[in-house]
Design a protein around this ligand. Structure first.
Ligand code: ASP
Length: 334
């Protein structure tokens, strides 16, 4: 029997048109109907417009309403495809992975590097792959791009121009498409651990910075005055931070004492943090920072936002953060 798939359009390059002010989303699902039906295979497609935004304009409130919409329709469709701009797609896919706890259908997020109306675009292929994955019956939140399917909380945009814009970081692809068809790696699909529930609370009092030589302690101290309760730091290498001439680690200790939760990851795209090796990492661990280990920055940031939306209890925050919620953290760190 044909599967029923809902396509939700949020905008991005896939739906873009050239305007006087530059390339911007402009096509609605009605405008894209013909192209989407060409790649629908034997599925029954329904399409709806959620918003029409360059993904630079997507904010946490959009994640929550998108999660809520998917939650509403989850029993009416066999799968959902979300069309999204590529720039912040991995933040959205990470947050949806947390908000849609134990989702019972495939939710597949895709986009493209060229508009669907461009005859040489990657848009049709990406939609074809996303629809195919949405019809697979495999529950979870995924990203489909350039003939591969990744876990939503492991995808990251690594190229700004090429069609191969996304990679699955520190985790195998869930599926790849080749002349053998779509090959799904069953082992890469996290098991559902209970019944679905929508967990769409979040905190916007979370900030993310990249460590750089020359960072001012006063800048970090000012984050408390601005009301931030959580900070994710992309530190150096396996998680190092300065403490000699400029004692950034002591500044972070003061922030923690004032109630801020600090998570430390790495600026390196691959292989994660390992903060117990160097003095520059160990000292930070001793003052009580949490470690991102092999999570992507997108997953670490959105996980912190999500947890701080549920609790401000330090012990609970630490406990939640150390769990593998949706496949974002490898077993070795549990
Ligand atoms: N600026 C676009 C966006 O993120 C880029 C894209 O979709 O590829 O919405």
């Amino acid at each position: 029997m044909s599967k029923n798939i809902l396509i939700i359009n949020t905008g991005g390059t896939l739906s873009s048109v050239m305007k006087e002010s530059g390339l911007a989303p402009g096509l609605t699902t009605i405008d894209m109907k013909k192209e989407l039906h060409i790649v629908s295979g034997d599925t029954n497609l329904e399409i709806e417009d959620f918003c029409s935004l360059d993904s630079a304009n997507i904010f946490p409130e959009d994640w929550a309403s998108l999660a809520s919409r998917i939650s509403q329709v989850r029993n009416d469709y066999d799968g959902v495809v979300v069309i999204h701009g590529t720039d912040t797609l991995a933040y959205t896919s990470s947050m949806l992975s947390f908000m849609l706890q134990n989702i019972n259908i495939p939710v597949v997020i895709t986009g493209s590097q060229l508009s669907i109306k461009n005859p040489v675009a990657d848009a049709m292929e990406n939609c074809r792959c996303a629809i195919h994955m949405a019809a697979s019956g495999i529950p979870g939140v995924f990203v489909a791009f350039n003939r591969k399917v990744m876990l939503g909380c492991r995808a990251s945009k690594v190229r700004s121009l090429s069609f191969d814009a996304f990679e699955s970081i520190n985790y195998p692809n869930v599926a790849t498409i080749s002349s053998l068809g779509m090959r799904i790696d069953e082992k890469a699909i996290p098991a559902r651990s209970g019944v679905f529930h929508l967990a769409d609370s979040y905190s916007t009092e979370v900030c993310m910075i990249k460590m750089f030589p020359g960072i001012h302690s006063s800048f970090l101290e000012s984050l408390v005055d601005q009301g931030y309760k959580g900070l994710y730091i992309e530190a150096y290498g396996i998680g190092g931070m300065p403490f000699v001439k400029h004692d950034i680690i002591s500044t972070l200790e003061k922030l923690i004492a004032s109630g801020m939760t600090i998570v430390v990851g790495t600026q390196c795209p691959y292989e994660g943090s390992k903060m117990d090796v160097y003095e520059t990492g160990r000292r930070a661990l001793e003052i009580g920072v949490l470690q991102a280990h092999d999570m992507t920055s997108e997953a670490a940031l959105t996980k912190l936002m999500w947890i701080l939306g549920m609790t401000h209890d330090t012990k609970e925050i630490r406990e939640y953060f150390s769990l593998n919620i949706a496949g974002e953290l490898s077993e070795t760190y549990l």
